[in-house]
Design a protein around this ligand. Structure first.
Ligand code: ATP
Ligand code: MG
Length: 437
């Protein structure tokens, strides 16, 4: 896998002794969700209040890697990245009626007596923006996206970073002249989403569901099986059929309506994204018309495509963690290699590890170096908790001339290399089959 060697997502090195954050042994008592417990213990996030977290260095690196995977896929399908305001005037929300209808909308009073809203989704902002630059059919289609914070007055916030009152989302909006063009694009986005989840080490199922509060049209939800999720789905084990039980007319053990071969199973899942056909609702609300090739004013067809970046990070923790702690796929891990000096008070071991660290650093590898003056057992436990994909261990054996052990966090598999081969292997541009998936 190319990511294994590249540094574009997770470049950079760090000495663990330099981190301003520390791991902690106790499980935060107020957290019930595994993702929040592990992320807090490992020093990835800091809780501000229920449903609101700050991201610390390793959490920021991980979230940024996820965002970059999303960004790459959105750019590839022609999406143009922008950054919209999150503090909104109330007027566009009143114009669409959402001011009174959307129960999760945070409304803010001001000393100027003006009212504001915090962005919970951005149709109200993006539609007027797009309208300004698309007077003609020649200006369409267009797809605009951003990656940033959303605010929602959620009633329940017990799933750690999987359901926040402030959370990360990629939201894209597209405008088209015809339904066919919209549907073509819809399908392209669906495939991009599936690639994003796969790159994040997850398997997503696609449900067909009825639209949300504003749309009666068909939409897709992207679901990842995890007991930490809040949705129940019915899916076929033989094919890709999947439905949300909320809308499905089938039940468990029914024959699959799609392939007819498998029986339906029930599973708990988390919604990591969805795409909606919004029709011309928002263009109508904001008077967004374009001139077609006959010179007639028309409303464009609009789609929206949400993907919860911070929820995705939580789902990765939930889905891939084992007893020891987290286990990040290479593509999103805060670092790819955890260089652990198991003999912190041995001068020779320190010199060896320092030198190897410098060498890996020089070659552009992404390494967290545990140079702390603590016992080996504690380092290994922390290493398991943090969940960096490959652990390079410097201990007695290495000093005695034995090969260096590299432990795969996900599988526990141990590979051995002499120093040159290790540096070569982990910093080379040419992947070798035995250490990649
Ligand atoms: P849910 O049913 O889980 O509340 P939603 O239907 O409200 O999700 P959208 O409004 O379409 O979701 O938002 C797009 C994506 O943002 C969702 O698919 C999900 O991945 C993520 N998301 C939604 N609400 C939250 C939240 N409170 N915290 C974290 N992520 C969220
Ligand atoms: Mg919701």
């Amino acid at each position: 896998m190319e990511d294994f060697y590249g540094t574009e997502y997770t470049g950079g090195t760090m000495r663990q002794s330099q981190f301003f954050t520390k791991t902690r042994k106790d499980t935060p008592s107020e957290e019930v969700a595994k993702n929040a417990q592990l992320l807090i213990r490992a020093g990835f996030i800091h809780k501000e209040m229920a449903g609101v977290y700050s991201y610390l260095p390793m959490g920021t690196r991980t979230l940024r890697n996820i965002e970059n995977i999303v960004r790459e896929e959105m750019d590839a399908l022609g999406g143009q990245e922008i950054r919209m305001a999150t503090l909104h005037p109330s007027e566009p929300w009143k114009q669409t009626g959402a001011w009174d209808k959307v129960d999760v909308l945070f409304k803010i009073d001001s000393r100027t007596e003006k009212e504001y809203a915090l962005g919970q989704s951005e149709e109200e902002i993006v539609t007027p923006i797009a309208s300004e630059y698309a007077p003609s059919y020649r200006d369409l289609p267009v797809a605009i996206y951003q990656i940033g914070q959303k605010y929602r007055d959620e009633l329940r916030a017990k799933s750690g970073i999987m359901r926040g009152r402030e959370f990360g989302m990629k939201d894209m909006y597209s405008f088209h002249t015809t339904q066919e063009d919209f549907e073509r694009f819809y399908e392209v986005v669906k495939q991009a989403y599936l690639r994003i989840y796969a790159k994040c080490g997850l398997v997503a199922k696609v449900t067909e569901a009825s639209g949300g509060s504003f749309s009666q049209k068909i939409s897709y939800e992207f679901m990842v099986l995890t007991d930490a999720g809040e949705d129940t789905i019915l899916y076929c084990e033989e094919c890709d059929y999947c439905a949300n039980v909320e809308v499905a007319t089938m039940k468990e053990a029914d024959a699959c309506p799609k392939c007819g071969k498998g029986n339906l199973k029930t599973g708990i899942a988390s919604e990591v994204g969805n795409v909606f056909d919004l029709g011309d609702r928002y263009p109508r609300a904001f008077g967004f018309t374009y001139k077609d090739d006959q010179g007639n004013e028309q409303y464009p067809i609009m789609g929206c495509y949400g993907l919860g970046t911070s929820r995705l990070m939580g789902v990765i923790v939930e889905a891939l963690a084992n007893e020891g702690g987290m286990s990040w796929p290479e593509s999103v891990a805060p670092f790819k290699f955890h260089l652990v000096n198991a003999m912190a008070n041995d001068g020779e071991a320190v010199a060896y590890a320092d030198e190897l660290y410098d060498l890996l650093k020089l070659r552009g590898a992404s390494v967290l170096y545990d140079d702390r003056d603590v016992r080996a057992g504690e380092k290994f436990a922390d290493s398991d908790l943090i969940g960096i994909p490959y652990r390079i261990v410097i201990g007695k054996g290495v000093l005695a001339g034995e090969e260096i052990e590299v432990v795969n966090r996900a599988t526990g598999e141990v590979s051995r290399y002499d120093r040159e081969a290790l540096v070569q292997q982990f910093t080379s541009q040419a992947p070798q089959a035995d250490t990649t998936e």
